[in-house]
Design a protein around this ligand. Structure first.
Ligand code: MSS
Length: 369
């Protein structure tokens, strides 16, 4: 039965006022309620499940959870307790659904065109700190990668619904082997044991990569020669044109593009001093610069980055104090990453509504009296 404000009962521990509940499996953080600190409180972090989560029995004894490590010289199944004796690392990342911002693409479609999927605006994202063991340390402890491997493939621990082909529903994703230096098997988030809803007891974190690649309740991590042929890899989360069929030859939704949006002000108000705040991240690269416009992108001013820098995979906060005169203003932010890539004005709609990063979509129109 649903909990407060339509949240599923399993999420009753979350702040019910912080969310737009699209469905029991897609829960978006309200813009502006992400908090004004750099780390997103876990009770306000969005939720996206592709399949029903496992029972919470799996977090009763977290250390007993077992993960099979394959594609190494000496394959083994290890418990979380054993993983904790292999290594320890901590990384802050932006966890963001591949479809965050899909609504802006859906709004821009021509008659007859369609992009299905949750109409997320900016709230399928948060910045959190993961703690666990580096996958590299685990692989080294098991003798190193088997010859010929090219991908890291993680499998979710859901029980699959009966009567369906397992490959059609399983959450199994492959990412390039180049991620081996940064992938973390995490048991903690923001200093707390990882809640089941966010993938506890153990989650595979791929820093810089979009949400779907971060496998919850991970039960197998395999170094593989090929990408998995599970449907979620082969025929979904691919970059393809609107109306085109998705397939394994198209680019996979992996690295996140540079992006930013404003988190305040979001409401009409009185003329005068205000602080324009927001978040900016570069996906694989640090953020180098954020600019703010109050005239819909005609002119831009540099916005200071504030607060701690939690590393290249985290987002940065920006805050620009300015005087907002009476009138109608279109507020927008535009980020540039350390490689010099500038956030574009618009992102061309694609068939899955993935990787939106335009500054125009989340621009805020305010009437100031
Ligand atoms: N994992 C698993 N195991 N299952 C599922 O379903 N999903 C995805 C990821 N992972 C899944 C997984 C997605 S898709 C996302 S976003 C993410 O997760 C989310 O997270 P959270 O924690 O927030 O819920 Mo889109 O790209």
């Amino acid at each position: 039965k649903p909990g407060a404000k339509g949240l599923p009962a399993s999420l009753a521990w979350k702040d019910p006022d912080a969310f737009i509940v699209h469905s029991s499996q897609t829960v978006e953080t309200k813009r502006g309620l992400i908090g004004s600190g750099v780390v997103t409180p876990i009770d306000r972090l969005f939720i996206r499940n592709n399949v029903n989560p496992p029972s919470d029995a799996i977090v009763a004894d977290r250390d007993a959870w077992r993960v099979e490590i394959a594609g190494v010289a000496s394959p083994r199944t290890l418990s979380v307790a054993e993983l904790k004796r292999i290594g320890l690392a901590s990384v802050a990342t932006v966890l963001q659904c591949s479809g965050n911002g899909r609504k802006y693409m859906q709004d821009a479609l021509q008659p007859g065109q369609k992009i299905s999927g949750t109409p997320w605006t900016v709230g399928a994202a948060g910045c959190v700190i993961w703690t666990g063991v580096p996958l590299k340390a685990v692989v080294d402890a098991l003798g190193g990668p088997a010859p010929g491997v090219r991908f890291v493939t993680g499998t979710g621990g859901e029980e699959l619904p009966a009567g369906l082909k397992p490959k059609d529903v399983m959450v199994e994703r492959s990412v390039p082997l180049s991620t081996l230096d940064t992938v973390l098997l995490a048991w903690e988030v923001n200093g707390e044991p990882l809640p089941l809803a966010h993938g506890g007891p153990l989650r595979m974190i791929v820093p810089g990569y979009s949400g779907v690649n971060n496998i919850k309740y991970v039960k197998t991590v395999a170094l593989t020669e090929a990408e998995t042929d599970a449907k979620i890899q082969a025929a979904s989360y691919r970059m393809h044109g609107v109306g085109e069929k998705a397939g394994p030859a198209q680019p996979s939704i992996w690295e996140q593009p540079v992006r930013s949006w404003i988190t305040a002000p979001l409401e009409n108000g009185a003329a005068g001093r205000t602080v324009v705040t927001g978040v900016a991240f570069g996906g694989m690269n640090a953020v180098a610069r954020v600019e703010v416009s109050i005239d819909g992108g005609r002119t831009w001013a540099d916005a200071p980055l504030i607060g701690p820098d939690l590393g290249r995979y985290a987002w940065r906060l920006f805050a620009l104090a300015l005087d907002l005169p009476a009138g109608t203003h279109v507020l927008a932010s535009r980020a540039t990453d350390a490689a010099g890539t500038v956030q574009p004005e618009e992102t061309k709609p694609n068939g899955g509504g993935y990787s939106y990063n335009g500054w125009r979509g989340p621009a805020v129109t305010l009437t100031i009296a």
